[in-house]
Design a binder for this molecule. Sequence first.
Ligand SMILES: Cc1ncc(COP(=O)(O)O)c(C=O)c1O
Length: 406
Amino acid sequence: MRKFGFGTTAIHTADEHNETHAHVLPIYQSSTYVFDDVDYGQSLWRGEQPGHIYGRLGNPNTEATASAIAALEGLNLAEPTYGLMAGSGMAAVSTVGLALLQAGDTVITQRALYGASYTLFKKFFTRHQVHHADFAGDDLADLDRTLAENPHPKMIYIETPANPTLRITDIRGVVERAQSVGALVVIDNTFATPYLQRPLEMGVDVVLHSTTKYLTGHGNVVGGAIVTANEEMYRTQLLPTLRTYGAIAGPMDAWLTGLGLKTLQLRMEQHCENGMAVAQFLEAHPAIERVYYPGLESFEQYELAAQQMDAFGGMISFELKGGYEAGVTLMNNVNLLALAVSLGAVDSLIQHPASMTHFNNSPEDRAKMGITEGLVRVSVGVEDTDDIIFDLEQALEAVMVATHTA
Ligand SMILES: Cc1ncc(COP(=O)(O)O)c(C=O)c1O
């Protein structure tokens, strides 16, 4: 059967769940569902027919949006894909860990992960006797060393591009090694989105997202998603875990994410265009030491990024020559760009890890994480390109004055 393209899939999939004649899928803001009679209720409990029982187990909005995200992640796969919506990105990561890991298992993660994901595996799952080992995500030789010490991992967990350094993990290289030792590969695809990178097509077992970011796209939802092409894993492990631990997203949030998805292709095109223009501007600026953007040819892992991504998105990190003071000055002088954590919204956001997200870590610990004192991260939005660059330019001017580099 002919498959639709990315944009059509994003716009139409959720509406297949619309049983009313409303043009747009309504919000089913209901915590429970009424049975016609006992036989009907029992047939639902037995899973003999589709329908809804209770909001923690499933609702039309989470199912519609999950099916759209699953369709996008599986765009070029022959087999069907299965999706779930969780109440946050971390609820998605937790659900995957709880579903697939048990006491005695080993999970290997890359070190440069979203902080809470790393903490979850390093500090929380280890409480339940799940052993944790890590490797430098941008170095397959380091994964080989970690595998030599931990030869039977249950899962290898990666995130690429990584937050906030934009380092790239070789997805196919990790999958090859995981398959040779019988381990599952789970990936956090939040930064790339399925528009730029579809890991299931590269042999990854489970893809997850913080839908708080690009998939919703408007900064108005905290949510998560999980997708797999493994029907058995979905039915017997992921779905029961999400339901029993109670991690499902609410109908309103799922609906907003579904609405955001419809413009994902358009937004990502503009994020990519603006991302490249801003990266090139920053690279040429005298206040800046180095720019990390996978789409720049000067980016160390440009070729690997180009092999596994269709384009390079809107996330950029850069190092200011003036260190910590320059970072604080830049933050205090932007006008259009919002000083905020999070990413992937239509508006541009900027943050300085040393004075914001990582200010509680010592400079030494920050250095171990690859976070220098002058590192800045920008989530480039979809505003007019010139306006974003103008704002950065005038704020960098203030940096040059303050740090006497003018
Ligand atoms: C790459 C990545 N994964 C996971 C998360 C966690 O998502 P949430 O905040 O929706 O729980 C984040 C949040 O910033 C993230 O950037």
